[in-house]
Design a protein around this ligand. Structure first.
Ligand code: FE2
Length: 174
């Protein structure tokens, strides 16, 4: 859900870095808010992918274990880019695990045991949902003329679609 104005109790406020961006305050607020939720989702998906990497079992263990580690590494790489992009436009970003929990839209998975085929399906659904969120964030950047954030988002969409592709094709032989 997109907030239209800064909540009073939110520590993420509109104090901009002096002269760090020519974007309007509203643009900085809205794009930062969007990036904060994206960052929370990417951290959730990173943890979830690692969780499944660690708890994987079965006859495809080695392949799936390695695939998920590769995907987790890519997700972790996204986190710094998202956070620093927010700072570049003069916004603020996540500060804690609690902050992730308050902003995440993707759901955690705390199941004791998840069958390998379900793992692939769950991660595929999450990556597809992340793609949709990235597309919406891209539209917001377009509205405000933030071409640089939009450009980064295009790369993140491509990476996310690549993860979805691998998960989708791999799940076929489950
Ligand atoms: Fe590992």
């Amino acid at each position: 859900m997109k907030a239209t104005k800064p909540p009073k109790t939110d520590s993420h406020d509109l104090r901009k870095l002096q002269g760090s961006s020519d974007l309007e305050d509203t643009a900085v607020f809205e794009i930062s808010q969007e990036l904060r939720q994206l960052l929370a989702d990417v951290f959730v998906l990173y943890m979830k992918t690692k969780n499944f990497h660690w708890h994987m079992s079965g006859r495809h263990f080695r392949d799936y274990h390695l695939l998920l580690d590769e995907q987790a590494e890519q997700l972790f790489g996204m986190t710094d880019e998202i956070a620093e992009r927010t700072r570049k436009i003069g916004g603020t970003t996540l500060r804690s695990i609690g902050d992730i929990a308050r902003n995440q839209r993707l759901q955690d998975n705390d199941e004791w045991s998840v069958p390998p085929t379900d793992i692939l399906t769950v991660l595929l659904d999450d990556n597809r949902q992340l793609t949709r969120s990235l597309r919406l964030a891209h539209e917001l950047c377009d509205q405000h003329g933030d071409v640089a954030t939009a450009s980064l988002i295009e790369n993140w969409i491509d990476q996310t679609e690549r993860r979805s592709w691998f998960l989708s094709e791999t799940s076929r032989d489950g």
